[in-house]
Design a protein around this ligand. Structure first.
Ligand code: ADE
Ligand code: ZN
Length: 335
């Protein structure tokens, strides 16, 4: 049975690096990983919070050195995504995490784009690329990265995001670079309300003027904020497996997703860093169905939301076609 068609809107390409590919690239590039083999690396995926994950995530990236490495990484994800029912993917990458290691920006962007540009024909997946600023670095670094990426805006890079360690690095720290991004015509998203409180979500909306919130699970703690998000139909790209693995929620059965749906929020389900969190996007769909008892109608709503929340404005025909596919989809056992 094929999975329901969906868009993936919260996916860090560096977080799709599976241990086997990490070892292959480490070997190819002469990088020493502090693990004996892929199994030992996999066993290290026990996180106590966001920071403990980020430490490993940045360490592992060291194996990504050449344009071909970035193509291999993205191609492996896109092949997997196709099998998961993904028909459109808006993919994050962290330019500063690579340029700070001496990798050329051009190798990163060209390498990723090579795989993304082939994906429509090869995998039936349309794509967008979103550059994220590391919020634990100063805004000056974000501004320099923004200017270095300017030649790629439009054709290769469609938007900006904000990721890495949230608490203590408020959205307002990046007001200037977001204003420039808006003036450059880029789409605006930001991680907020993952570990940080609802006040981080307010700032992302009011100061950065983002169009979508990544995670945003803590928005549910603030009734006035929920009202605002519902009124403006601001999408929240929720990542259930990630929230459990990074201990933002205790278990999948405790996840606020049903409450968010009941509140009328435009939520989508995504995988965040699937190589590290125990599953890709369809496993997240399956997980919330099983642990939270989501109905077929709710799963169809999540799939519909994913296309409605996507940046497919320049291809409304495709958005309409994909929404029609969602409505026509029959779940296993459904007549
Ligand atoms: N970078 C990669 N995954 C992230 C997450 N879940 N939160 C913040 N930054 C990230
Ligand atoms: Zn994320």
């Amino acid at each position: 049975m094929s999975p329901i068609p969906k868009a993936e809107l919260h996916l860090h390409i560096e977080g799709t690096l599976e241990p086997e590919l990490a070892f292959e690239l480490a070997h190819r590039n002469g990088v020493d990983l502090p693990y004996a083999d892929p199994e030992q690396l996999r066993a290290a995926y026990a996180f106590s919070d966001l920071q403990s994950f980020l430490d490993l995530y940045y360490q592992l990236m060291d194996v990504l050195r050449t344009e071909d490495d970035f193509t291999a990484l993205a191609e492996a994800y896109l092949a997997r995504a196709q099998a998961e029912g993904v028909r459109h993917a808006e993919i994050f990458f962290d330019p500063q995490a690579h340029t700070s290691r001496g990798v050329e920006l051009d190798s990163v962007v060209r390498g990723l784009r090579r795989a993304l540009d082939a994906a429509a024909e090869r995998h039936g997946i349309s794509t967008r690329l979103i550059m994220c600023f590391l919020r634990d670095l100063p805004q000056e670094s974000a501004l320099a990265t923004f200017e270095a990426c300017r030649p790629y805006f439009g054709a290769a890079i469609h938007g900006v995001g904000l990721d890495s360690a949230e608490v203590g690095h408020r959205p307002s720290k990046f007001a200037d670079v977001y204003r420039l991004a808006r003036e450059a015509g880029l789409r605006l998203v930001a991680h907020a309300g993952e570990e940080g409180g609802p006040d981080y979500v307010w700032e992302a909306l009011d100061v950065l003027r983002v169009e979508r919130i990544d995670h945003g699970i803590r928005a549910i703690e603030d009734a006035e904020l929920v009202e605002r998000l519902v009124r403006d139909r601001v999408p929240l790209t929720v990542c259930p497996f990630s929230n459990v693995r990074l201990r933002c929620v205790d278990t999948l059965a405790d996840h606020p997703l049903p409450a968010m749906l009941a509140a009328g929020l435009l939520v989508t389900v995504n995988s965040d860093d699937p190589a590290h969190f125990g599953g890709y996007v369809d496993e997240n769909f399956d997980g919330v169905r099983t642990a939270l008892g989501l109905t077929n109608d709710q799963l169809r709503l999540l799939a519909r939301n994913s296309f409605e929340a996507s940046f497919l404005e320049d291809d409304e025909e495709r958005r309409k076609r994909l929404l029609t596919e969602v409505e026509a989809y029959r779940f296993p056992g459904q007549d």
